[in-house]
Design a protein around this ligand. Structure first.
Ligand SMILES: [Zn+2]
Length: 482
């Protein structure tokens, strides 16, 4: 099973064979990754994440134990009921107003300064707390989500996003109290990121606006049907994606004098058919699916506007851009053939993310020590800790995903577990482990240095991997274009 990032419910790992565990799923990717994978292994040998994790979890640092216990107590006394409340008041992406109002009130109550409407997104927020001892310390970041799924009976929290903010709050408040008591410098930021289940990707918009800049470490939790850790490297849950709208504009006219008009729906239909005709020209791992959400209003008026909305997916971002360029050309050709215009709006992009062995092993060691259930010993494929890829490229971090449901993702049964013992226990552990990791990053210099060194090394290797891909594909798709 793959890490549970859920832009899509597609579970593809098992279909991709054993090499998928590395994140490189095609022969081309593997050819490009060959030396890069060896260097990732060399990085691991140098940094020894397992040994580092064993050292951290074997020693019972009394301060850390206290922070972890306090996180659990905050979960029990306040955050579990907050999680249940959000679970019972579901709101879909971009419309999470009641949830955000409630969460902001809780953050104010606990002494955080909160800005809403971050990056121009009405249901995003950024909560900040600066230590009275100064800000000359680490900037610890936590990602919080709260959007529900779109169900046929209305919104529902079948992916347990209701728990994410309360989990993050419990860890953040416990650390804030610790920094205050010990008069240590530092900053804690909680990033309220909306609409994880709906495009365009909010985290990409927030990243482009520089919201995550200056954060030293980011942690995030998510529902999970097992407790596992990922292999270090590059990957993404549901293939690299371009979300693109093709907006055709024509000219209206009466049906009986249609020659006075220019038919945008005809352009859209030609385009849609051309994309189907291109499928054999693309590598078989390409996945293209589209809808025509707008195609005119009335049969007796020539439609002057039509929209085709595609999700274009491929295992790597380099070949994906080639596919996207060819599809763009098809749209322009359809417009030219029909005397219409087309505007191409690439409104969402998801790319491979970076997964760090240092953080994965430490998280897993804590999960085992604390008695997390359904421990999966096999390393999972890397997918970054958030679904857009870019944030994990910029900032080292980890997704903490302790077993929290017996059901699979996006189901009513997963919501039942969110409101019951299985979920409550998993979320409490998520919060406790997040607090421990943030504590260790803040106080344990060798651990912090190892996380930073690994992130720097893997970023460099990621850039080289992209260059390698461009070289390997060049005979087939030509040199890189902008
Ligand atoms: Zn999710």
């Amino acid at each position: 099973m793959i890490r549970p990032l859920c832009v899509s419910a597609y579970i593809i790992a098992s279909a991709l064979g054993p090499m998928a565990l590395h994140g490189q799923t095609t022969a081309t990717e593997r050819a490009a990754a060959g030396d890069v994978l060896k260097e990732i292994e060399a990085t691991q040998a140098r940094l020894s994440p397992t040994k580092l994790a064993d050292r951290l979890t074997a020693t019972r640092n009394p301060d850390r134990e206290r922070v972890m216990a306090r996180t659990g107590a905050l979960w029990d006394s306040e955050m579990q009921s907050l999680s249940d409340w959000i679970g019972r008041h579901p709101e879909v992406g971009w419309k999470e107003f009641k949830s955000v109002d409630t969460l902001v009130k809780v953050l104010h109550h606990h002494g955080f300064a909160v800005e809403t409407g971050t990056a121009g997104l009405p249901t995003a927020f950024l909560a900040r707390w600066e230590s009275p001892a100064g800000t000359n310390g680490p900037v610890l970041g936590l990602i919080a989500e709260y959007d529900a799924l779109r169900g046929t009976d209305g919104p529902f929290h079948g992916d347990q996003h209701n728990a994410q903010s309360p989990v993050a709050f419990a860890a953040a408040i416990a650390l804030k109290e610790f920094l205050t008591e010990k008069k240590l410098p530092g900053t804690i930021k909680i990033f309220g990121t909306p609409a994880e289940e709906v495009g365009p990707p909010a985290k990409k918009i927030m990243r482009d606006a520089g919201v995550f800049k200056g954060t030293d470490l980011l942690v995030r939790s998510h529902s999970s049907d097992q407790t596992s850790r990922a292999r270090p490297g590059f990957g993404i849950c549901c293939l690299n994606i371009n979300e693109v709208k093709y907006i055709f504009t024509g000219r209206p006219a009466h049906q009986l004098t249609s020659w006075n008009g220019r038919n945008a729906l005809e352009a859209a239909v030609h385009f849609y058919t051309m994309v189907d005709a291109l499928r054999s020209t693309f590598r078989p791992e390409t996945s293209i699916q589209g809808v025509i959400p707008e195609g005119g209003i009335a049969p007796n008026v020539v439609p002057d506007r039509a929209v085709v909305d595609y999700y274009i997916r491929y295992p790597d971002g380099v070949y994906l851009d080639h596919v996207s360029r060819m599809i763009d050309d098809a749209a322009r050709a359809a417009a030219q053939a029909t005397g219409t215009q087309v505007k191409i709006d690439r409104y969402g992009e998801y790319r491979d993310g970076v997964t760090l062995g240092t953080l994965e092993q430490a998280m897993f060691a804590y999960a085992k020590r604390l008695g997390a259930e359904k421990i999966e010993p096999e390393l999972q494929r890397p997918a970054g800790y958030e679904e857009t890829g870019g944030v994990s490229y910029d900032v080292p971090g980890i997704g903490v995903n302790v077993f929290s449901s017996r059901a699979t993702y996006h189901t009513h049964e997963m919501l039942d577990d969110a409101l019951g013992d299985v979920g409550h226990k998993g979320f409490r552990l998520d919060a406790t482990i997040m607090a421990a990791l943030l504590f260790d990053f803040m106080t344990d210099t060798p651990f912090r240095d190892a996380v930073r060194a690994e992130h720097t090394a893997l970023r460099g290797l990621f850039d080289r991997y992209q260059d390698n891909l461009r070289k390997v594909y060049a005979p087939e798709i030509g040199p890189a274009k902008d």
